[in-house]
Design a protein around this ligand. Sequence first.
Ligand SMILES: [Zn+2]
Length: 249
Amino acid sequence: MQNTPKAPYYLQRRIIGKSRQQIPIQAYFFEPRESHQKSLPTEGFESLPEIDTLFFGAFHGDEPESATLMFRLIDALVQDPSLLSEKPVVIVPIVNPDGLLADTRKNASGVDINRNFKTDNWESSLPEDHYYAGLAPLSEPETHAVVNIIEGCKPKKIISVHTPYRLVNYDGPNPQTQAWAEDFGNFCNYPVEASIGYPTPGSFGSWAGLQLGIPVITLELPEGEPLAITWEATKNALFDSIGRTMPPS
Ligand SMILES: [Zn+2]
C-alpha cells in the first residue's frame, strides 16, 4: 500500500467572531505545514499565525458576488496548493452574514460595517443613511472580528471584495500599493482608481490602508455577472497577489 503524500498545506476553518444575530464569522487558514502549530483552538484569536495575504468578502450583504468569488478561490487553493507560493493565506468569505441572509448592505443593527472602523475621520450619521456608521466606531461585532484578525495575524497585504463598480481601488503606502494595484488591474483588465470618488470616513480602507499602513486593494466586481466569467477575469490577479512579496514601506 502506498502512503498518500501529505498535503503541503494545513487548512483550518476557524470562527473569528459572531454577527449581531450570532451567526459565526468563519476564516479559512491556509498555512504551510512546517510552520503550522498543532491543536489550535477552532474559535477565537489565541495563537493566530502571522500571515501574508488576507481576503475579505461580503462586507456588504447585498454583494453576494464577493462571497461567491472567495469560496471559488478557497476551492482553487485546495485543488492546487502550489498557488499559495508557500505563503500563509487567510480568507474570510462572509464578513456580514446577517446582511447576506437578508440581502441588505448593512448588518442586523442597520450599520454599514464599512463605515464602522475607528479612523481619525469617523463621523456619525443617521440610521436611515445608506452609509450609517453606527452609534460609535467599533460598535458592531463584525467590525471587531475584522479588527481582531488583522491585529492577530498582521497581514502584509489585504484584498477586500465588493460590487458593483468593476474597478480596482487601493489604500496604503506608496509606491508599492499603487504598483500592486496596477498589476492587479492589468491582470483582470479592470480600471484602477486611487480614490473611489466619494469620501469614506470610517471605512475599512481608511483604517487598514491609511491608518495602519497595510497595502489594501478593494476589488469592485461587476454586479450580477455569472461567477464563471468573474472568476476567469480575476483569478490570475488573485493568484499573482498571493505570490507577490510586498516590499517594506
Ligand atoms: Zn460594498
